[in-house]
Design a binder for this molecule. Sequence first.
Ligand code: TRP
Length: 358
Amino acid sequence: MSAKKGRILTGHRPTGPRHIGHLMGTLETWARLQDTYECFFLVADLHVLTTDYEHPQRVRENTLGIVLDWLAAGIDPDRSTLVLQSAVPAHTQLDTLLGMLVTVSRLNRVPTYKEQVKELHLQPSLGLLAYPVLQAADILVYKANTVPVGEDQLPHIELTREVARRFNQLYGETFPEPDGLLSSTPRLPGTDNRTMHTSYGNAIFLRDTPEETARKVMSMYTDPTRIHANDPGHVEGNPLFAYLDAFNPNQAEVDELKARYRSGTVGDVEVKRRLAVVLNEYLAPIRRRREQLAARPDYLVDILRTGTTRAREQAGKTLAEVQERMGLATNLIQSIPQTGGRGPATSEYQPEQLLYVP
Ligand code: TRP
Protein backbone atom coordinates (compact mmCIF):
# COMPACT_ATOMS: atom_id res chain seq x y z
CA MET A 1 0.00 0.00 0.00
CA SER A 2 2.77 2.43 0.89
CA ALA A 3 4.17 2.16 -2.66
CA LYS A 4 0.97 3.74 -3.96
CA LYS A 5 0.64 7.29 -5.24
CA GLY A 6 -1.59 8.45 -2.45
CA ARG A 7 -4.99 8.05 -0.95
CA ILE A 8 -8.33 8.38 -2.68
CA LEU A 9 -11.67 9.00 -1.04
CA THR A 10 -14.71 9.14 -3.25
CA GLY A 11 -18.26 7.93 -3.12
CA HIS A 12 -21.85 7.98 -4.22
CA ARG A 13 -25.10 8.66 -2.49
CA PRO A 14 -27.15 5.45 -2.59
CA THR A 15 -29.98 6.97 -4.62
CA GLY A 16 -30.82 3.93 -6.76
CA PRO A 17 -29.37 1.31 -9.06
CA ARG A 18 -26.23 2.25 -11.00
CA HIS A 19 -26.58 2.67 -14.75
CA ILE A 20 -24.24 2.44 -17.72
CA GLY A 21 -23.49 6.16 -17.39
CA HIS A 22 -22.10 5.51 -13.89
CA LEU A 23 -20.22 2.53 -15.27
CA MET A 24 -18.45 4.39 -18.08
CA GLY A 25 -18.00 7.75 -16.35
CA THR A 26 -17.13 6.63 -12.86
CA LEU A 27 -16.96 3.00 -11.86
CA GLU A 28 -14.48 1.86 -14.50
CA THR A 29 -12.23 4.77 -13.54
CA TRP A 30 -12.46 3.86 -9.87
CA ALA A 31 -11.70 0.24 -10.66
CA ARG A 32 -8.55 1.29 -12.55
CA LEU A 33 -7.42 3.72 -9.84
CA GLN A 34 -7.26 0.83 -7.39
CA ASP A 35 -4.01 -0.22 -9.06
CA THR A 36 -2.23 3.01 -8.21
CA TYR A 37 -3.98 4.45 -5.14
CA GLU A 38 -5.11 3.32 -1.75
CA CYS A 39 -8.87 3.74 -2.20
CA PHE A 40 -11.76 4.42 0.16
CA PHE A 41 -15.20 4.16 -1.47
CA LEU A 42 -17.93 5.80 0.55
CA VAL A 43 -21.62 4.91 0.59
CA ALA A 44 -22.84 8.39 1.49
CA ASP A 45 -26.12 7.40 3.11
CA LEU A 46 -26.25 10.48 5.34
CA HIS A 47 -26.04 12.71 2.29
CA VAL A 48 -29.11 10.99 0.84
CA LEU A 49 -31.11 12.19 3.81
CA THR A 50 -30.38 15.84 2.95
CA THR A 51 -33.15 15.51 0.37
CA ASP A 52 -34.73 12.06 0.68
CA TYR A 53 -35.40 11.72 4.40
CA GLU A 54 -39.02 10.76 3.83
CA HIS A 55 -38.24 7.36 2.31
CA PRO A 56 -36.27 5.21 4.76
CA GLN A 57 -37.20 1.98 2.97
CA ARG A 58 -35.68 3.32 -0.23
CA VAL A 59 -32.45 4.30 1.50
CA ARG A 60 -32.23 0.86 3.08
CA GLU A 61 -32.71 -0.95 -0.23
CA ASN A 62 -30.33 1.26 -2.14
CA THR A 63 -27.50 0.89 0.37
CA LEU A 64 -26.71 -2.76 -0.27
CA GLY A 65 -27.83 -2.31 -3.87
CA ILE A 66 -25.04 0.17 -4.53
CA VAL A 67 -22.45 -2.10 -2.93
CA LEU A 68 -23.65 -4.88 -5.20
CA ASP A 69 -23.34 -2.71 -8.32
CA TRP A 70 -19.91 -1.42 -7.30
CA LEU A 71 -18.50 -4.89 -6.73
CA ALA A 72 -20.00 -6.15 -10.00
CA ALA A 73 -18.31 -3.25 -11.80
CA GLY A 74 -14.88 -4.15 -10.46
CA ILE A 75 -14.50 -2.48 -7.08
CA ASP A 76 -12.28 -4.94 -5.27
CA PRO A 77 -12.85 -5.27 -1.51
CA ASP A 78 -9.50 -7.03 -1.09
CA ARG A 79 -7.65 -3.95 -2.28
CA SER A 80 -10.02 -1.13 -1.37
CA THR A 81 -12.06 -0.08 1.64
CA LEU A 82 -15.82 0.22 1.34
CA VAL A 83 -17.23 2.55 3.99
CA LEU A 84 -20.76 3.07 5.24
CA GLN A 85 -20.82 6.75 6.15
CA SER A 86 -23.46 6.55 8.88
CA ALA A 87 -21.52 3.80 10.66
CA VAL A 88 -18.37 5.87 11.13
CA PRO A 89 -19.31 8.47 13.74
CA ALA A 90 -16.08 10.39 13.11
CA HIS A 91 -17.58 11.72 9.86
CA THR A 92 -20.34 13.60 11.65
CA GLN A 93 -18.08 14.50 14.56
CA LEU A 94 -15.55 16.09 12.23
CA ASP A 95 -18.44 17.69 10.31
CA THR A 96 -19.50 19.47 13.50
CA LEU A 97 -15.97 20.70 14.18
CA LEU A 98 -15.27 21.86 10.61
CA GLY A 99 -18.66 23.57 10.60
CA MET A 100 -17.20 26.08 13.04
CA LEU A 101 -14.82 27.27 10.31
CA VAL A 102 -17.36 27.75 7.50
CA THR A 103 -19.67 30.73 7.24
CA VAL A 104 -23.32 30.45 6.30
CA SER A 105 -22.84 33.01 3.54
CA ARG A 106 -20.09 30.85 2.00
CA LEU A 107 -22.44 27.87 1.97
CA ASN A 108 -25.23 29.97 0.48
CA ARG A 109 -23.00 30.58 -2.54
CA VAL A 110 -22.34 26.90 -3.33
CA PRO A 111 -23.77 26.33 -6.86
CA THR A 112 -25.10 22.79 -6.24
CA TYR A 113 -27.05 24.12 -3.26
CA LYS A 114 -28.47 27.10 -5.14
CA GLU A 115 -29.51 24.85 -8.01
CA GLN A 116 -31.21 22.27 -5.81
CA VAL A 117 -33.17 24.85 -3.89
CA LYS A 118 -34.35 26.36 -7.15
CA GLU A 119 -35.10 23.11 -9.00
CA LEU A 120 -36.65 21.11 -6.22
CA HIS A 121 -38.61 24.13 -4.91
CA LEU A 122 -37.71 23.10 -1.42
CA GLN A 123 -37.32 24.92 1.84
CA PRO A 124 -33.65 24.17 2.42
CA SER A 125 -32.85 22.35 5.63
CA LEU A 126 -29.80 22.97 7.74
CA GLY A 127 -28.61 19.55 6.59
CA LEU A 128 -28.81 20.49 2.91
CA LEU A 129 -27.00 23.77 3.46
CA ALA A 130 -24.25 21.95 5.34
CA TYR A 131 -23.97 19.18 2.72
CA PRO A 132 -20.52 20.28 1.51
CA VAL A 133 -19.16 20.51 5.06
CA LEU A 134 -20.04 16.86 5.66
CA GLN A 135 -18.44 16.05 2.31
CA ALA A 136 -15.30 17.90 3.40
CA ALA A 137 -15.31 15.83 6.59
CA ASP A 138 -15.69 12.62 4.51
CA ILE A 139 -12.53 13.49 2.61
CA LEU A 140 -10.42 15.04 5.35
CA VAL A 141 -11.15 12.41 7.99
CA TYR A 142 -9.02 10.03 5.87
CA LYS A 143 -6.53 12.75 4.91
CA ALA A 144 -7.19 11.81 1.30
CA ASN A 145 -5.24 13.77 -1.29
CA THR A 146 -7.17 12.80 -4.42
CA VAL A 147 -10.92 12.85 -5.01
CA PRO A 148 -12.21 11.49 -8.33
CA VAL A 149 -15.55 13.20 -9.01
CA GLY A 150 -17.79 14.55 -11.72
CA GLU A 151 -17.50 18.18 -12.71
CA ASP A 152 -20.59 19.15 -10.70
CA GLN A 153 -18.74 18.20 -7.52
CA LEU A 154 -15.75 20.49 -8.03
CA PRO A 155 -17.25 23.33 -5.94
CA HIS A 156 -17.39 20.88 -3.02
CA ILE A 157 -13.74 20.00 -3.47
CA GLU A 158 -12.90 23.70 -3.56
CA LEU A 159 -14.71 24.19 -0.27
CA THR A 160 -12.88 21.18 1.18
CA ARG A 161 -9.56 22.78 0.21
CA GLU A 162 -10.55 26.05 1.84
CA VAL A 163 -11.54 24.34 5.07
CA ALA A 164 -8.31 22.32 5.12
CA ARG A 165 -6.26 25.46 4.54
CA ARG A 166 -8.09 27.39 7.23
CA PHE A 167 -7.70 24.55 9.72
CA ASN A 168 -3.99 24.22 8.98
CA GLN A 169 -3.49 27.96 9.41
CA LEU A 170 -5.27 28.05 12.73
CA TYR A 171 -4.08 24.84 14.35
CA GLY A 172 -0.98 23.71 12.44
CA GLU A 173 -0.42 21.45 9.44
CA THR A 174 -2.96 18.64 9.70
CA PHE A 175 -4.75 18.05 6.40
CA PRO A 176 -3.50 17.76 2.85
CA GLU A 177 -5.39 20.01 0.41
CA PRO A 178 -7.07 17.41 -1.78
CA ASP A 179 -7.22 17.61 -5.58
CA GLY A 180 -10.29 16.74 -7.60
CA LEU A 181 -9.69 14.24 -10.37
CA LEU A 182 -11.98 14.49 -13.39
CA SER A 183 -12.64 11.46 -15.57
CA SER A 184 -11.61 11.83 -19.21
CA THR A 185 -14.43 9.60 -20.46
CA PRO A 186 -17.09 11.62 -22.30
CA ARG A 187 -20.48 11.59 -20.62
CA LEU A 188 -22.91 9.01 -21.98
CA PRO A 189 -26.33 10.44 -22.93
CA GLY A 190 -29.58 8.77 -21.85
CA THR A 191 -31.64 6.70 -24.28
CA ASP A 192 -33.67 9.87 -25.01
CA ASN A 193 -30.49 11.94 -25.54
CA ARG A 194 -30.97 13.98 -22.34
CA THR A 195 -28.58 13.54 -19.41
CA MET A 196 -28.82 9.95 -18.19
CA HIS A 197 -30.55 10.00 -14.84
CA THR A 198 -32.02 7.29 -12.62
CA SER A 199 -35.34 9.10 -12.35
CA TYR A 200 -35.75 10.24 -16.01
CA GLY A 201 -36.71 6.79 -17.32
CA ASN A 202 -33.83 7.04 -19.80
CA ALA A 203 -31.21 4.88 -18.11
CA ILE A 204 -29.98 1.37 -18.79
CA PHE A 205 -29.17 -0.23 -15.46
CA LEU A 206 -26.49 -2.78 -14.67
CA ARG A 207 -29.24 -4.90 -13.15
CA ASP A 208 -31.43 -4.83 -16.30
CA THR A 209 -31.83 -8.15 -18.10
CA PRO A 210 -30.49 -8.52 -21.66
CA GLU A 211 -34.10 -8.42 -22.88
CA GLU A 212 -34.85 -5.17 -21.04
CA THR A 213 -31.64 -3.74 -22.40
CA ALA A 214 -32.52 -4.70 -25.96
CA ARG A 215 -35.99 -3.21 -25.57
CA LYS A 216 -34.54 0.08 -24.31
CA VAL A 217 -32.05 0.16 -27.17
CA MET A 218 -34.75 -0.51 -29.79
CA SER A 219 -36.73 2.49 -28.52
CA MET A 220 -33.75 4.85 -28.40
CA TYR A 221 -33.75 8.38 -29.72
CA THR A 222 -31.75 8.64 -32.93
CA ASP A 223 -31.54 11.27 -35.68
CA PRO A 224 -34.89 13.12 -35.71
CA THR A 225 -34.25 14.50 -39.21
CA ARG A 226 -34.14 11.03 -40.70
CA ILE A 227 -37.53 9.75 -41.87
CA HIS A 228 -36.61 6.85 -44.17
CA ALA A 229 -33.89 4.25 -43.74
CA ASN A 230 -32.20 5.47 -46.91
CA ASP A 231 -32.09 9.16 -45.87
CA PRO A 232 -28.53 10.28 -45.07
CA GLY A 233 -28.24 10.40 -41.26
CA HIS A 234 -26.34 12.33 -38.61
CA VAL A 235 -23.83 10.51 -36.46
CA GLU A 236 -22.82 13.46 -34.26
CA GLY A 237 -25.19 14.01 -31.36
CA ASN A 238 -26.77 10.64 -32.05
CA PRO A 239 -26.75 8.51 -28.88
CA LEU A 240 -26.66 5.27 -30.91
CA PHE A 241 -23.15 6.12 -32.00
CA ALA A 242 -22.09 7.51 -28.63
CA TYR A 243 -22.98 4.07 -27.23
CA LEU A 244 -21.28 2.18 -30.06
CA ASP A 245 -18.13 4.24 -29.53
CA ALA A 246 -18.22 3.41 -25.83
CA PHE A 247 -19.14 -0.27 -25.95
CA ASN A 248 -18.03 -1.74 -29.26
CA PRO A 249 -14.37 -2.75 -29.05
CA ASN A 250 -14.35 -3.21 -32.83
CA GLN A 251 -13.62 0.35 -33.98
CA ALA A 252 -13.46 -0.68 -37.66
CA GLU A 253 -17.03 -1.94 -37.48
CA VAL A 254 -18.20 1.26 -35.80
CA ASP A 255 -16.50 3.36 -38.47
CA GLU A 256 -18.16 1.35 -41.20
CA LEU A 257 -21.61 1.70 -39.60
CA LYS A 258 -21.06 5.44 -39.28
CA ALA A 259 -20.12 5.72 -42.96
CA ARG A 260 -23.16 3.71 -44.03
CA TYR A 261 -25.43 5.73 -41.72
CA ARG A 262 -24.17 9.01 -43.20
CA SER A 263 -24.75 7.79 -46.72
CA GLY A 264 -28.18 6.32 -45.95
CA THR A 265 -27.29 2.68 -46.57
CA VAL A 266 -28.11 1.35 -43.13
CA GLY A 267 -31.39 1.78 -41.23
CA ASP A 268 -31.84 2.74 -37.57
CA VAL A 269 -33.24 -0.69 -36.79
CA GLU A 270 -30.16 -2.51 -38.01
CA VAL A 271 -27.84 -0.23 -36.03
CA LYS A 272 -29.98 -0.69 -32.92
CA ARG A 273 -29.97 -4.47 -33.27
CA ARG A 274 -26.21 -4.44 -33.50
CA LEU A 275 -25.92 -2.07 -30.53
CA ALA A 276 -28.17 -4.28 -28.38
CA VAL A 277 -25.89 -7.24 -29.04
CA VAL A 278 -22.71 -5.28 -28.42
CA LEU A 279 -24.01 -3.71 -25.21
CA ASN A 280 -25.26 -7.00 -23.82
CA GLU A 281 -21.91 -8.63 -24.60
CA TYR A 282 -20.12 -5.83 -22.80
CA LEU A 283 -22.36 -6.08 -19.75
CA ALA A 284 -22.47 -9.89 -19.59
CA PRO A 285 -19.49 -10.44 -17.24
CA ILE A 286 -20.64 -7.60 -14.97
CA ARG A 287 -24.12 -9.04 -14.77
CA ARG A 288 -22.79 -12.52 -14.11
CA ARG A 289 -20.77 -11.21 -11.18
CA ARG A 290 -23.73 -9.20 -10.00
CA GLU A 291 -26.01 -12.24 -9.97
CA GLN A 292 -23.50 -14.33 -8.07
CA LEU A 293 -23.11 -11.62 -5.45
CA ALA A 294 -26.84 -10.95 -5.18
CA ALA A 295 -27.26 -14.52 -4.02
CA ARG A 296 -24.97 -13.81 -1.06
CA PRO A 297 -26.37 -10.81 0.85
CA ASP A 298 -24.47 -11.83 3.99
CA TYR A 299 -21.23 -11.55 2.07
CA LEU A 300 -22.13 -8.01 0.95
CA VAL A 301 -22.85 -7.02 4.54
CA ASP A 302 -19.52 -8.56 5.55
CA ILE A 303 -17.64 -6.52 2.96
CA LEU A 304 -19.26 -3.36 4.23
CA ARG A 305 -18.63 -4.30 7.85
CA THR A 306 -14.97 -5.12 7.28
CA GLY A 307 -14.33 -1.94 5.32
CA THR A 308 -16.21 0.22 7.78
CA THR A 309 -14.27 -1.26 10.70
CA ARG A 310 -10.98 -0.47 8.98
CA ALA A 311 -12.25 3.01 8.15
CA ARG A 312 -13.23 3.70 11.77
CA GLU A 313 -9.70 3.10 12.88
CA GLN A 314 -8.28 5.62 10.40
CA ALA A 315 -11.03 8.15 10.97
CA GLY A 316 -10.81 7.83 14.75
CA LYS A 317 -7.13 8.76 14.66
CA THR A 318 -7.75 11.91 12.62
CA LEU A 319 -10.65 12.90 14.85
CA ALA A 320 -8.55 12.51 18.00
CA GLU A 321 -5.85 14.69 16.45
CA VAL A 322 -8.39 17.35 15.47
CA GLN A 323 -10.04 17.38 18.90
CA GLU A 324 -6.65 17.80 20.51
CA ARG A 325 -5.61 20.62 18.19
CA MET A 326 -8.87 22.46 18.73
CA GLY A 327 -8.38 22.38 22.47
CA LEU A 328 -11.01 19.81 23.36
CA ALA A 329 -10.27 17.58 26.32
CA THR A 330 -12.02 14.62 24.69
CA ASN A 331 -8.94 12.45 24.57
CA LEU A 332 -8.00 13.10 28.18
CA ILE A 333 -11.00 11.16 29.36
CA GLN A 334 -10.97 8.67 26.51
CA SER A 335 -11.81 5.44 28.24
CA ILE A 336 -15.08 5.49 26.31
CA PRO A 337 -14.74 3.68 22.96
CA GLN A 338 -14.94 6.03 19.95
CA THR A 339 -16.49 3.52 17.66
CA GLY A 340 -20.13 4.13 18.48
CA GLY A 341 -21.36 0.53 18.61
CA ARG A 342 -24.90 -0.40 17.88
CA GLY A 343 -26.18 -0.02 21.43
CA PRO A 344 -29.26 -1.70 22.81
CA ALA A 345 -31.89 -2.53 20.23
CA THR A 346 -35.12 -0.57 20.51
CA SER A 347 -38.45 -2.29 20.16
CA GLU A 348 -38.95 -1.52 16.48
CA TYR A 349 -35.41 -1.98 15.31
CA GLN A 350 -35.03 -5.00 13.04
CA PRO A 351 -31.52 -5.43 11.76
CA GLU A 352 -32.59 -8.10 9.23
CA GLN A 353 -34.16 -5.33 7.17
CA LEU A 354 -30.65 -4.32 6.22
CA LEU A 355 -30.19 -7.61 4.41
CA TYR A 356 -32.57 -6.67 1.63
CA VAL A 357 -30.93 -7.02 -1.76
CA PRO A 358 -32.74 -5.78 -4.88
N1 TRP B 1 -21.67 14.46 -3.15
C1 TRP B 1 -21.26 13.28 -3.87
C2 TRP B 1 -22.26 13.01 -5.00
O1 TRP B 1 -23.40 13.39 -4.91
C3 TRP B 1 -21.20 12.07 -2.97
C4 TRP B 1 -20.15 12.23 -1.91
C5 TRP B 1 -20.35 12.32 -0.58
C6 TRP B 1 -18.74 12.31 -2.13
N2 TRP B 1 -19.17 12.45 0.08
C7 TRP B 1 -18.18 12.46 -0.85
C8 TRP B 1 -17.94 12.30 -3.27
C9 TRP B 1 -16.79 12.61 -0.70
C10 TRP B 1 -16.57 12.44 -3.12
C11 TRP B 1 -16.01 12.61 -1.83
O2 TRP B 1 -21.91 12.37 -5.97
